[in-house]
Design a protein around this ligand. Sequence first.
Ligand code: UT7
Length: 330
Amino acid sequence: MPKAKITALGCYVPTGVLTNYDLEKMVETSNDWILERTGIAERHIAPQDVATSDMAVEASRALLAQRGIEADTIDAVIVCTVTPDMLFPATACLVQDRIGARGAWGFDLVAACSGFIFGLTTAAHLVSGGSHKRVLVVGADTMSRIIDYKDRATCILFGDAAGAMLVEPSEDGEETGFIGFLNEIDGSGGDYLKMPAGGSRIPASRETVDQRLHYVHQDGQQVFRYAVKKMYEVCRTLLDRHNLKVEDIAVMVPHQANRRIITAVAERLGMPCDRVLININRYGNTTAATIPLATRDAIAQGKLKKGDLVLFAAVGAGFTVGANLWRWSY
Ligand code: UT7
């Protein structure tokens, strides 16, 4: 029986847009190449004075307004991000203070593109364990701050955004809510996608800046292959574990890293395209924010309604891999 359910969702997307045509003027690339290889047409970029906590606060406020509750009723704030305002204090502390979640505890969760799914999994367990009534999960990333706009292999991929979901206890006898998860980490893949400098291994110095080590470095093909294989595997195993068939799933909401990754996974699963939410064309890869943004669009398009089964899935730097099954609650 479900014991935790998602009761509200809020998103924030900065208004500034960076199109493929803009990128054509910055690096040697083309709209056709980007569209064909990734499915991305444009991504949103935050202004210089907007940081991750600012977008996280906006998404959280939208969620609070939708649910019609005060922030001081929240028990915990989990901010999933790889682009915190600072290494410390945690962005969760900044968000907690700004929204007025007095009395809440919380933390930042670093799982890159799987961050939101790891956050939802954690929230579901905090709530179903009985110790928490309201857990706010925010996925927020200002990827434009760690992207090298001279590297055509990465700068075309990412965008900025934030999304939040609220997890609360299910009513007695209620059939909707959290069903299960399958999350994994595999640190052997850590070198394929990382920001090398700025931590205790390679602290910031003039040399690290000169060598452009404070930006995202990626072996795209390795990540691509791993993402297709593992996203398929966790989805298949999670469905089997709960005796569910692909036909039972109303909509799959995958992390948006590359349209070709999503369609390859859907094809392997036997999931028809019209039941897979893809919005990468408008936002690019917003890292921890893709799942709430895509869920919002699934609801808006009528693909996700109360009582429907939804499958969330992601693969990210680490490597991190996650899948969640929920029966949607509102
Ligand atoms: O959320 C997890 C994070 N990341 C991912 O999931 C990303 C996974 N990987 C990918 O999405 C793809 O690997 C990329 C989109 C990054 C790259 O696509 P690809 O089809 O794997 O391209 P490639 O790296 O094999 O490069 C093919 C060619 C190369 O040229 P040569 O060596 O064949 O002459 C690249 O230099 O395409 C070139 N290339 C570009 N050409 C035009 C790479 N980036 C660009 C570009 N525009 N932006």
